[in-house]
Write a protein that binds this ligand. Structure first.
Ligand code: SAM
Ligand code: SF4
Length: 467
């Protein structure tokens, strides 16, 4: 559908290659935020590598540095500005150095204005909607830097897009596992969340394009894929030849040569019985479901526009645990939502104790300008919220540890992902998403091994290879 545009972008990669091929330039991409951003960064790195850059890690040394930003919570913004400020010196030393910023934060007008005013050494800005146009934007800034010797800036942020460009280059972090976008954007408008504003309306990729990409990845050595979307359970709702997420998952997991399929994130409101059946009947689908709760109070859930109740959520958790043996459930919880009281927070604690999450990601509510919740009055003090957060950490840690202990002594299959920080040790990820540290040879990285779980350390296990 977008063939011409794709040709154009590829032609820019060739032009950049010709322009920089004798310059021995280096580049790096610094990623903030979620798996979606990590995936976008693999695409940006793929373009840079194909264009002739040598990819390095060090942002002080690199000739081209791109920050791929997140804006879900305010602290991500603060961390970014610290890093950008630190690069000022290296830009003075290397006059041709290019510092760029892209991603969710750059979809916000105020942030772009702030960068342009405070960080004069930033030469390139683009948002989430024109990430596909990166080869073109990069060629523009490079030709002004090296050909015209101008001190031009390339700033282009679009309000929306319907473009999905297939098969542009990607540089994967791991050779044996990969993320695969199945959809972009979000239509849910949870009242605290900025994602629908900075990532746009929900758009699903065609199932055939997703299958083609996974088949390509498998031919390229990938054993595990993670299907990515803000709410995978509404996959395909707007497609002409629509199929449900459960059917897509079934199709992907039947691809020969693929050993493990993960997915995230599941919005509880759309989690179907069909999906439970598909997971139950297919061992290649990970025994892990990330099911963000956000709050256990029905009043707060209503104010958050989550469209489920505490009772419905717990019913779903029971159905999942009964249907899928050995499943682990992880969740996200926000404390300090403007209308949350201590009584509401107790409801959240009650759900945690009943749902028995294996893992919980905890966040203090962060006000995001433009969202519905940003107009609400706070009913709690900072001290009250801090107390709740401390209590939340304590309860989730205890519940998680209790769940982890249940698997001690059992043997599970894990995919070895990387070397551990301790010499001679490796880290593997089990189907249920738990990490296991064990002694082993580096040559096992990228392979599946049988591991006996010896000791639980809260959020990971110490184990050993089962001979
Ligand atoms: N689409 C996913 C979903 O619905 O669960 C999550 C996307 S969001 C990037 C990841 C998590 O960030 C959310 O589940 C929520 O707990 C947290 N989050 C989002 N907006 C937030 C805010 N304004 N303040 C604090 N946490 C927030
Ligand atoms: Fe944000 Fe809600 Fe969409 Fe998740 S489902 S990205 S929390 S609006």
């Amino acid at each position: 559908m977008f063939d011409e545009l794709k040709e154009k972008e590829i032609s820019y990669i060739d032009k950049i290659y010709d322009l920089i091929k004798d310059k021995n330039l280096t580049a790096t991409v610094v990623t903030f935020g979620c798996q979606m951003n990590a995936k976008d960064s693999e695409k940006l790195l793929g373009v840079l590598e194909k264009s002739g850059y040598r990819i390095i890690e060090n942002e002080e040394e690199a000739d081209f540095v791109l920050f791929n930003t997140c804006t879900v919570r305010e602290n991500a913004n603060k961390r970014l500005y610290g890093r950008i400020g630190q690069l000022k010196n290296s830009c003075t030393l290397n006059k041709n150095k290019i510092v760029g910023i892209c991603g969710c934060m750059m979809q916000e007008r105020d942030e772009v204005d702030y960068v342009l005013e405070k960080y004069k050494h930033v030469k390139m800005i683009f948002g989430t909607h024109n990430i596909y146009d990166f080869p073109h934007l990069l060629y523009d800034i490079l030709s002004s830097t090296y050909l015209d010797k101008e001190n031009k800036k390339v700033i282009e942020v679009l309000a929306k897009t319907d473009v999905i460009l297939e098969n542009l280059p990607q540089l994967r972090k791991y050779p044996f596992k990969a993320g695969v976008n199945i959809m972009y954007g979000c239509d849910n408008f949870c009242s605290y969340c900025i994602v629908p504003y900075v990532r746009g309306r929900e758009r699903s990729r065609d199932a055939s394009d997703i299958i083609d990409e996974v088949e390509f990845l498998v031919r390229d050595g990938v054993k595990e894929v993670m299907l990515l979307g803000q709410n995978v359970n509404s996959y395909g709702n707007k497609l002409e030849n629509s199929i449900s997420f459960a059917k897509l998952l079934d199709k992907v997991s039947s691809i020969e040569g693929l050993s493990m399929v993960r997915f995230m994130t599941s919005h509880p409101k759309d989690f179907s019985d069909e999906l439970i059946e598909v997971i139950k009947n297919n061992k290649k689908i990970a025994r892990h479901i990330h099911l963000p709760l956000q709050s256990g109070s029905n009043k707060v859930l209503l104010d958050m526009n989550r469209k489920y109740t505490k009772e419905k959520y717990l019913e779903l958790v029971n159905k999942i645990r009964e249907g899928i043996k050995d499943v682990a459930i992880s969740t996200d919880i926000i404390v300090g939502f403007p209308t949350e009281t201590d009584e509401d927070f107790q409801e959240t604690i009650d759900v945690i104790n009943k749902a028995k999450f294996e893992q919980t990601f905890t966040f203090v509510y962060s006000k995001r300008t433009g969202t519905k919740a940003s107009t609400l009055e706070n009913v709690s003090t900072d001290a009250e919220i801090k107390n709740r957060f401390d209590k939340l950490l304590e309860v989730t840690k205890n519940v998680g540890e209790e769940q982890y202990k249940k698997n001690i002594g059992k043997v599970f299959t894990g995919l070895v992902e990387e070397k551990d920080i301790i010499d001679g040790y490796l880290t593997a990820r089990l189907s249920n998403n738990a990490l296991v540290h064990f002694q082993g040879e580096k040559s096992l990285i990228g392979k599946f091994v049988e591991l006996e779980l010896k000791e639980s350390k809260g959020f990971y296990y110490n184990g050993s290879i089962k001979n």
